[in-house]
Design a protein. Structure first.
Length: 317
């Protein structure tokens, strides 16, 4: 009987031991690939704004319907979708490394947690409101009265500082209805546009604090993930600077350049390019969007022409 065999080239011979080693290496590589865990509000305006800014800093997150966790495709990051009020405890316990959260929630439930960046969106107030026909004009006028709120720690803190005593009724949700059903003489709740107060026959009499979205971190964040949060924060700063600035291009007579430059310092100094028209130059710079119209008026008064203003997507310094 003739036995036939097949010759396997050396490069093609892979032992089971080699395969096992490669699998272990692959598993090890996956394990050492750290992912930053960040929490955002599960739904609502803060959720939408949070996901928008993550997209603007180049992080793509695929989130199917009703998912509580999703991974980014192009950054070592996992997003946890949580109830806003639960996020401080998740940060405290180290379940998540960071969170985009309303500052008002941190003041109420997480004053021990570090805020590393103010994000400038989802702005609101925590305010005292009373029925429109009430004679109360401020928090002091509610001394000895009943105040309904979802923010007992915040209210108690302000009451203590002002030396005022009041009876708090803690309600989770639909705080505005409390005065109308005789449960309270006033309320303390978040106010954005004021439309909810108006619809419920209430008027704002005192603002306890102003709030916006912030980036907060866990006290238990690892050194590896701290590097990732530093990268994330760098990107956020670039986007936030861009949102607050405008890129401006204009033509100006050379004898007016010094006056115009004094109005447009730019990030370092304006860029000036000579034009084909003798005695004129093109000037490029960056201005604060909040000073936009005042600057434009000054430029026109100093002979600037052909002024173009463009939005800035990112501004890296």
């Amino acid at each position: 009987m003739i036995q036939m065999g097949f010759f396997i080239p050396a490069k093609a011979r892979i032992s089971s031991k080699t395969l096992d080693t490669k699998q272990k290496i692959s598993a090890f590589s996956e394990n050492i690939m750290n992912k930053l865990k960040i929490a955002v509000q599960k739904s609502g305006r803060l959720h939408d704004d949070s996901m928008k800014i993550l997209k603007e800093i180049g992080i793509s997150v695929d989130n199917g319907k009703d998912q509580l966790k999703a991974s980014a495709r192009n950054f070592p990051l996992e997003v946890f979708y949580l109830r806003n009020g639960d996020i401080p405890q998740y940060l405290r316990d180290g379940v998540v490394d960071a969170a985009i959260i309303g500052e008002n929630v941190l003041i109420e439930k997480g004053s021990d947690l570090a805020i590393i960046e103010r994000l400038g969106f989802s702005k609101c107030k925590v305010s005292i409101a009373v029925p429109k026909l009430s004679n109360a004009k401020n928090l002091k006028d509610l001394a000895g009265k009943r105040i309904a709120t979802s923010y007992p720690n915040t209210v108690n803190s302000f009451l203590a500082k002002a030396g005022i005593k009041a009876n708090l009724h803690i309600i989770n949700g639909s705080v505005e209805i409390a005065p109308n059903i005789g449960l309270a003489d006033g309320i303390c709740d978040i106010v954005s546009s004021g439309s909810t107060l108006f619809k419920n026959g209430l008027k704002e009499v005192e603002v306890l604090l102003k709030s916006e979205a912030v980036l907060a971190t866990s006290p238990k964040i690892s050194s590896e993930n701290q590097k990732l949060i530093n990268t994330l924060q760098f990107r956020l700063k670039s986007v936030l600077r861009g949102r607050e600035s405008k890129y401006i291009l204009l033509n100006a007579p050379n004898d007016k350049l010094d006056d115009i430059i004094s109005m447009l310092p730019g990030m370092n100094s304006p860029t000036i390019l000579p034009l084909a028209k003798e005695g004129w130059s093109s000037l490029h710079s960056v201005i604060d969007k909040n000073d936009f119209w005042n600057v434009i008026d000054g430029l026109k008064a100093n002979g600037a022409e052909g002024i173009l203003v463009c939005p800035i997507e990112n501004m890296v310094l």
